[in-house]
Write a protein that binds this ligand. Structure first.
Ligand code: ZN
Length: 255
């Protein structure tokens, strides 16, 4: 199979999580952030496949809850941040920023992105970015542990990736995040024009990702905190990007 043909599949889990799956070898798949085991098990059974790897972005229960039952059944290699190994399930491969991990025919590149939690990492496999709870469509994760400055720096690292990168986030928050983005910019006609497409996807309960990162750079308010015109729309002219970011994040928390 050619190197560029990574296919990713979101499996809905828990209330609004996605477990992202991709094939690492014939009849072997990797699962990213299995918050519960059962949907992953069903998926593997329907593909007559086994689980070769689990990638973990961070320690929250809705991302790791399925690890132990899946480990018992399939014996996958479990990958997660060395920094958080004290609060992650036991790791077979503990990774750090900038490292690469081989998984069958693919390599995952690890990026440390502190903010939502201090140990949060994201994984890049070919074009796919498994972003956990750091970046969502039109949104970003809550700051449970990191500072706005840390999260902004983390988002800048992600923003520097190619436009064709496919965002694969761990939650389906697109509709509520879109409504928040429209609330911030009621006069942004390009943004408002996305409404029919987003309603169509969400009405049919279709996953709204994978999604090109290039579009997020254009529309996601949390990736635009350093745009003077955007800051001006928000009444925050002259403030630093991290402060603008902090202000948007605070508004989102009470939206
Ligand atoms: Zn989380």
């Amino acid at each position: 199979m050619p190197e560029h043909s990574l296919r990713v599949e979101p499996i809905p889990a828990l209330k609004d999580n996605y477990v992202w799956m991709f094939e690492t070898a014939p009849r072997h798949w990797a699962a990213v952030d299995p918050g519960e085991a059962e949907p992953v098990r069903r998926y593997l059974e329907s593909h007559s496949a086994s689980l070769s790897h689990i990638l973990l972005t961070h320690h929250h229960h809705d991302h790791i809850g399925g690890v132990e039952p899946l480990r018992r059944q399939f014996g996958p290699r479990v990958i997660g941040a060395a920094r958080d190994r004290h609060r992650l399930p036991p790791l077979d491969i503990a990774v750090q920023d900038g490292e690469q991990v081989e998984m069958g025919r693919w390599k995952a590149e690890v990026m440390a992105v502190p903010g939502h939690t201090l140990g949060h990492v994201v994984y890049r496999v070919q074009d796919a970015l498994f972003a956990g709870d750091t970046l969502f469509r039109f949104g970003c994760g809550r700051l449970f542990e990191g500072s706005p400055e840390q999260m902004w720096e983390s988002l800048l690292k992600i923003r520097a990736l190619p436009d064709a990168t496919q965002l694969c986030a761990a939650h389906e928050y697109t509709l509520s995040n879109f409504q928040f983005a429209c609330f911030l910019e009621p006069n942004n006609t390009d943004l408002q024009g996305l409404l029919p497409e987003i309603f169509q996807q969400t009405d049919q309960e279709q996953p709204t990702m994978p999604w090109p990162l290039g579009k997020e750079k254009q529309y996601n308010p949390f990736l635009r905190a350093d745009q003077p015109a955007f800051a001006s729309t928000l009444g925050l002219s002259g403030q630093g990007a991290a402060q603008v970011f902090a202000s948007i994040r605070k508004k989102r928390n009470s939206f």
